[in-house]
Design a protein. Structure first.
Length: 160
């Protein structure tokens, strides 16, 4: 089974969205005849987009939940409902032992994904992480492991 993980920004600028969508589809749906496991923390943005595409391509979804209060971090009822729907479709759930959503919990979830995938997809603008556990930190961690990392981002687009 091929295991693909994701790390990425919660906010994908509209001018990058179609490029990110196409890049993820190419990476996830081009594996015909190969069973696949997709690892995601199901955060708003890149994680949920990845989970949607992976499920549509026939992958099994593994939800990596950083903390006991993770659901409290979703900004709107719609974001929470979308998270819960994807989590309900997951084949497997990994609950990390952090009671609260902290930068350390987010880093641990990203590290778990990097440790347990064959390749990491990173929806990343190439800039440093804005806090411990951000996309830049997880890309660096995965590269230090020698894990293949595929960057998906539209050149010239910056996050606000």
């Amino acid at each position: 089974m091929k295991r693909i993980g994701v790390t990425g920004h919660r906010a994908i600028p509209p001018e990058a969205y179609a490029h990110v969508l196409a890049g993820m589809r190419a990476a996830l749906c081009g594996c015909h005849g190969v069973s696949m496991e997709a690892l995601s923390s199901l955060a708003t943005g890149a994680d949920q987009l990845f989970a949607d595409i992976a499920l549509a391509c026939g992958a099994e979804l593994t939800a990596v939940i950083p903390s006991g209060d993770y659901e409290d971090g979703f900004a709107t009822p719609g974001e929470l409902a979308r998270y819960q729907e994807l989590k309900g479709r997951a084949t497997r759930e990994i609950q990390l032992s952090f009671p609260y959503s902290t930068d350390e919990a987010y880093y641990a979830a990203g590290a778990y994904i990097a440790d347990n995938c064959d390749r990491l997809l990173a929806v990343w603008d190439g800039r440093p992480a804005r806090g411990l556990g951000g996309t830049g930190d997880i890309v660096r961690y995965a590269r230090d492991l020698g894990r293949p990392v595929t960057i998906i981002w539209r050149e010239g687009v910056q996050r606000s």
